[in-house]
Design a protein around this ligand. Structure first.
Ligand SMILES: Cc1ncc(COP(=O)(O)O)c(C=O)c1O
Length: 453
């Protein structure tokens, strides 16, 4: 027994092995959570299968959010579990600095094959935030490698979410994620594409392609010779499902190319079927120079992220680079064997089950169900593309976000998990969702909207 009385866990109720011990909620400092409010009214999930979570009491909760935009193949897939178990038994860990293991190469090859032609080299990370910071570093290394070392500026976009590393919050455009912390120097931002005249657009909104010309303005302001890369989410998820205007991404690609600026797509949410294609790059027909991804890469069963680089980027840094280590960057757990096993099984599952095509086929019904909420109380905009939608509500006077948060709570209490950001309800269910479950989700949200003041 420990001498430290705080370590004496004998008060734990052993009749319910997974139940938190008294005061056990104190120690876990929850991420992106109102800790005090949560701990006063905890919402716990204990088990998951297919489209459902189950609370410790056994109540089902329909997963309208694929966990956190990541469990694209649905929960508890036996093929993924078996692959992780087998790999844990065969080899728990192997370093990938200077030595490696076969699954790392197999996972990278499979991922590259799934991504757009010409994007064929994979750098593994453990999260979306790490993938973003890795992509930014690769962009800077690329410019240096091709003799453009004055290009140190990074361009993001207002309302962008690129994770929580210092690189990601610097190019990101969410004030609360930035204001308490120091930021990278030499960063600027494009304007966001969320225009009021696009409210209730079906599919891609018609107005705003010209906002891509903001990159030209950055060049006019700072000089192209100072700009290394521009990073955007092709469809911005975390700030409320902002769908790119028709022609916007094509134009951004053209302006970036014209000025020798690398284009980075942050596809942490959009890759692996969310829009009904392997990537948003595929869906929109716009190929960037670097793609950051994570989440659906392993169906979230083991943390993993990746940067997928175009041939020319890899060639400049690695093939044409000097002898020795070409990129001084990497993580202990880059290409962790369990994550690689999960990724291979997940990517195989996506193909075997035809899940991206399934998402594309379901998308019209999903969008129709979302847009059917138009006219319900408080609804001021609805955006939907592929298997993701944002339903924006009017705020109560002086209490921004409160109404959507109340909807979230009521939905959870009646067995539906939705995501709330600001005053926007986001839905992004696993791609195995049935049409009946789609109707149930939007039906439930409609009922709650009718009740909300
Ligand atoms: C677009 C985007 N980039 C980066 C991230 C960060 O990923 P992670 O939370 O795995 O670090 C997220 C997470 O939601 C995201 O949506």
């Amino acid at each position: 027994m420990s001498n430290n009385p705080r370590n004496n866990l004998s008060t734990r109720d052993t009749s319910a092995p997974n139940a938190p011990a008294p005061n056990a909620l104190d120690a876990f400092w929850m991420p992106f959570t109102a800790n005090k409010a949560f701990k006063a009214h905890p919402r716990l999930l204990e088990r998951a299968e297919g489209m459902f979570y189950f609370t410790p009491g056994g109540s089902p909760v329909l997963d309208g959010t694929a966990g956190l935009w990541c469990v694209n193949a649905g929960h508890g897939r036996a093929e993924i579990t078996a692959a992780i178990q087998a790999q844990a038994a065969a080899m728990d860990f192997a370093p990938t600095f200077g030595v490696s293991h076969p699954l790392a190469f197999a996972a990278a090859s499979k991922l590259a094959l799934m991504f757009p032609a010409g994007m064929d080299h994979v750098f593994f990370t453990n999260s979306g935030s790490e993938a973003v910071d890795t992509a930014l570093k690769i962009a800077l290394a690329y410019q240096k490698a091709i003799g453009q070392g004055t290009r140190t500026r990074l361009i993001g976009r207002e309302r962008g979410y690129h994770g929580v590393g210092f690189g990601g919050i610097s190019v990101g455009g969410i004030v609360n994620n930035r204001r308490a912390f120091g930021l990278l120097p030499h960063v600027d931002h494009l304007r966001h594409t969320h225009l009021p005249e696009n409210a209730f657009s079906v599919g891609q909104p018609p107005h705003g392609a010209d906002l891509a010309d903001d990159l030209d303005r950055m060049v006019a302001l700072h000089g192209a010779e100072t700009i290394a890369a521009v990073i955007v989410e092709p469809l911005a998820g975390s700030t409320g499902v902002l769908v790119p205007p028709v022609g916007y991404l094509e134009r951004l690609r053209a302006v970036a190319t014209k000025h020798g600026i690398l284009l980075i797509f942050d596809e942490v949410i959009t890759a692996f079927g969310r829009l009904g294609a392997a990537t948003a790059a595929d869906y929109f027909g716009v190929t960037p120079d670097l793609i950051a991804c994570a989440k659906g890469l392993t169906n979230a069963a083991v943390p993993m992220g990746a940067v997928v680089a175009a041939t020319h980027v890899h060639r400049a840094i690695v093939d044409d680079g000097p002898a020795g280590i070409e990129l001084f960057h990497g993580y202990t757990y880059s290409a962790h064997p369990l994550a690689c096993a999960a990724a291979i099984a997940t990517l195989d599952l996506y193909v075997a089950d035809g899940l991206f095509a399934r998402a594309a086929a379901l998308a019209p019904a999903f969008a129709a169900a979302a847009h059917a909420l138009r006219g319900r109380p408080h609804v001021v905009d609805i955006r939907a593309l592929g298997m993701v939608t944002g339903i924006e509500l009017a705020s109560r006077d002086g209490a921004p976000g409160e109404r959507a948060t109340e909807l979230f709570r009521r939905a959870f209490d009646t067995g539906l998990l939705v995501r709330v950001t600001g005053e926007i309800i986001a839905l992004s269910p696993p791609l195995i969702v049935s049409e009946a479950q789609i109707d149930e989700m939007f039906g439930r949200i409609g009922e709650i909207l009718d009740e909300l003041v």
